[in-house]
Design a protein around this ligand. Structure first.
Ligand code: GLA
Length: 748
């Protein structure tokens, strides 16, 4: 619900309050001095303020001014804004920073008008959460203008009736006759007053094979920032951070989450000053960014999804999960159970032919899998990673009957067929590069840097995007391809385009992402039945932008069960398990050399989108039997986890046990999945306290991997307060416990 309240002040002024409500949170804005948009409150749902005299309810003094003088309005240094510019006179990092034609960058925007309407508008060319009907969501648009320089901004705020999220973005419009340049544009900024030392800053950082580790540190004064300058949202930081109150943990306390629905360069963080004011910001990467806006042009930012929870970090995650699962992911595959698949990459790498592939698929069929994915190496001359990207036609020596012939053979086995592409790339050793060297990202006269021996295509160019759409469409229309793995194995360098004029070169990174989104929109709407899975050397581009087009993403190239469990654990801070591609691979593990039992490897993959990534033709009968057992467990329990409420109970980043609890939608079934990272000798059992249970109901263990547990009955209150114990195991050993809710017997 969004409301606009007009309040008459004693001094004759009128103040407006905009109250945005979600089921459990309130977000309140106000107009200060008639035209300055200030931030009043964000947090647990409250009633609208009874009185609102901004001079009394907002902080009054600034450094150097006596706190005894309460008749003097505060300097903007301490005013909490919801929209800010630089230098007139606020000096913090602003929401919007423009450079006008006269060279001036100080800007003062004043409130002009607003409207409130049902539904949520689409963001042109950008991925975004959506409402299926107008009564699911409400949107507030506030228009502000800098009349001196003829610039207008429209701030968009959407609330959903059923999700505790505030969705924000902004449009910037040039209403004058002279062009101007956007030098920084955030999708959202929120000012928290006098609170710096009570927060910790939480973010997800990582690297290849080590994605999205949860990092928590005190929010000190100065800047605390996460970012990408790599062109992709990146391994290094996810476009996400949270502010957690000091006493908050996974299950309790106040947490504010900020996530950008975007796949490229981003800037996100907090500026905290000496008087403990915190400005949180998230938006497009501001380094090396500029965007020229001609007269009449409009710039739309990506959207930021803000989530407040007073149920700890897991509480925040549950809001993101439900929203992204149901109102960010789209299409036929959004709600459907996806293919359990087998992929040949770790099994064969580049060394295969049609016979070997069919042999692997046959074993996959025997295990009971739905789909076979042919990974890298299937196209013209691709025998290692040094050539051929861009030449998307089958290699005749490996696949004499082409993609179509192979796909038909796989279909004849009763399986679906999937194919790997890396469409944004070109190898210098390829027909495509020979024909169009200028299609690769390059700076004229400068040596191009290779990454994995390849170059990136210049997706700011329409002709390059059209070519990618055509070459993939040709294959997808010709052969029965039911799944596409969309890879992207390097990041930007020499990021420039022959077609961009000098004054627009700062637009390159964002234009690249817009080009990618146009390609993905075209292909996914042209082939709505194909299941697309994103990938970027594993999880190097795991973000909400990709999920809008492809409902699942290969979470990491690290398939070692111990490391992978931690990667999934960290990824789940924002992204739901049903978006995470997770496969069982062979042992010793190719990345870490560790050997973990097939059952535990299966369990580590179970909560995600399940599959195998190995040479099934080389498996023994015993291994095939275990693989079948893993698939059965996935079908019985893993699929339940996809839509369940998640509680992270014990972190692999803080201790030796990783524990996840899934409470199914109906509240009747609860699954507890544990993993012992490393075997501990003479260790006492691990006590784990469950959450999200009905304290008045009983819970019976109806399935347990460990002996002696089945049939045990616990009170919901007992499990919450006293918890349960389980004993250790070997490296990477997992255990699953399934509880069924039972009505507690009547008291005598
Ligand atoms: C990337 C992917 C892998 C695999 C290889 C193929 O590393 O993440 O899953 O597809 O490329 O070259």
């Amino acid at each position: 619900m969004i409301d606009c309240l007009n309040k008459d002040l004693e001094n004759g002024n009128v103040v407006r309050l905009f109250t945005l409500e979600t089921p459990h949170t309130s977000y309140i804005l106000g107009l200060l001095g008639e035209d300055q948009l200030v931030h009043v409150y964000y947090g647990k749902k409250i009633r609208a303020p009874k009185s609102f005299d901004p001079w009394k309810k907002l902080p009054l003094f600034y450094l150097g001014q006596s706190p005894h003088r309460d008749d003097v309005p505060g300097f903007q240094e301490v005013t909490p804004y919801d929209f800010s510019t630089f230098g007139a006179p606020d000096l913090r990092l602003p929401t919007l920073h423009l450079r006008y034609a006269d060279g001036v960058s100080a800007a003062r925007f004043a409130y002009k008008e607003h409207k409130i309407y049902g539904g949520k508008p689409k963001l042109k060319g950008l991925p975004a959460t959506y409402a299926e009907t107008d009564d699911e969501a409400q949107t507030l648009e506030i228009v502000l203008a800098d009349e001196l320089h003829d610039a207008r901004v429209t701030l968009l705020y959407t609330v959903f009736a059923r999700h505790d999220a505030i969705i924000r973005s902004m449009r910037v419009e040039n209403t004058g006759s002279e062009p101007f340049t956007i030098e920084r544009v955030m999708s959202a900024t929120v000012d928290f007053v006098g609170a710096g030392s009570s927060y910790d800053f939480v973010h997800l950082d990582g690297a290849w094979g080590r994605e999205r580790r949860i990092v928590r540190k005190p929010l000190g004064n100065g800047l605390q920032e996460v970012f990408s300058r790599r062109g992709l949202s990146s391994f290094q930081h996810n476009p996400f951070f949270a502010l957690m109150e000091k006493n908050a943990d996974e299950l309790h306390g106040r947490v504010y989450g900020f996530n950008l629905v975007y796949s490229g360069n981003f800037t996100a963080g907090c500026e905290a000053d000496a008087i403990e004011n915190v400005r949180a910001y998230i938006g497009l990467g501001d380094f090396n960014f500029s965007w020229r806006l001609e007269s009449g042009e409009i710039f739309q930012t990506p959207e930021a999804v803000l989530v407040f929870s007073d149920e700890g970090l897991s509480g925040m995650s549950r809001v993101y999960h439900k929203l992204y699962r149901t109102r960010l992911c789209r299409g036929r595959w959004r709600d459907a159970e996806r293919y359990a698949l087998i992929n040949n990459w770790e099994g064969t790498q580049f060394t295969f032919d049609e016979q070997r592939i069919v042999a692997i698929a046959e074993k996959g069929k025997e295990i009971g899998l739905d789909l076979f994915v042919l990974d890298d190496g299937w196209f013209k001359g691709r025998n290692n990673d040094k050539s051929s990207l861009g030449d998307w036609i089958a290699d005749e020596t490996k696949l004499p009957h082409g993609v179509k012939g192979l796909a038909e053979r796989i279909e004849a086995l009763g399986m679906k067929f999937g194919l790997w592409f890396e469409p944004e790339m070109v190898s210098p050793d390829s027909d495509l590069y020979l024909a169009h060297p200028d299609w690769a990202m390059h700076v004229n006269g400068m040596k191009a840097s290779l990454g994995r021996n390849q170059l990136m295509l210049d997706l700011t160019r329409g002709d390059v995007c059209d070519h990618i759409v055509k070459s993939l469409s040709d294959i997808l229309s010709d052969a029965p391809v039911s799944y596409v793995k969309w890879d992207c194995n390097r990041c930007f360098s020499e990021a420039a385009s022959d077609l961009l004029p000098p004054e627009r070169m700062g637009e390159f990174a964002h234009r690249y992402v817009l080009g990618l989104y146009r390609i993905l929109e075209t292909l996914t709407s042209r082939f709505p039945d194909v299941l697309f899975e994103g990938c970027s050397s594993g999880g190097g581009r795991f973000d909400g932008g990709i999920l809008y087009y492809m409902p699942q993403i290969w979470t990491s190239d690290c398939t070692d069960a111990v490391e992978r469990f931690a990667i999934e654990y960290g990824t789940s801070v924002v992204y739901p398990f049903n978006t995470m591609g997770s496969h069982v691979s062979a042992v010793p593990n190719q990345q870490t050399g560790r050997t973990v039992s097939m059952k535990s490897r299966g369990d580590a993959a179970m909560p995600g989108q399940f599959g195998f990534e190995l040479d099934a033709a080389a498996m023994s009968d015993e291994e095939i039997k275990s693989a079948k057992m893993c698939l059965d467990r996935y079908r019985q329990f893993g699929e339940l986890m996809h839509k369940a409420d998640l509680y992270r109970l014990s972190s692999p980043f803080e201790g030796n046990d990783a524990v996840l609890e899934f409470v199914c939608e109906d509240g009747e079934t609860v699954l507890l999945l544990t993993e012992k990272r490393f075997c501990e000798l003479s260790a006492v059992g691990k006590r784990v306290r469950l959450a999200g249970l009905d304290p008045n109901a009983d819970y019976e263990i109806v399935f347990a991997d460990k002996p002696g547990y089945k049939g045990l009955l616990y009170g919901g209150d007992e499990l919450t307060e006293n918890g349960m114990f389980f004993q250790g195991g070997r490296d990477g050993d997992t255990a699953l416990f399934v509880f069924q809710k039972r009505p507690a017997p009547e008291k005598e």
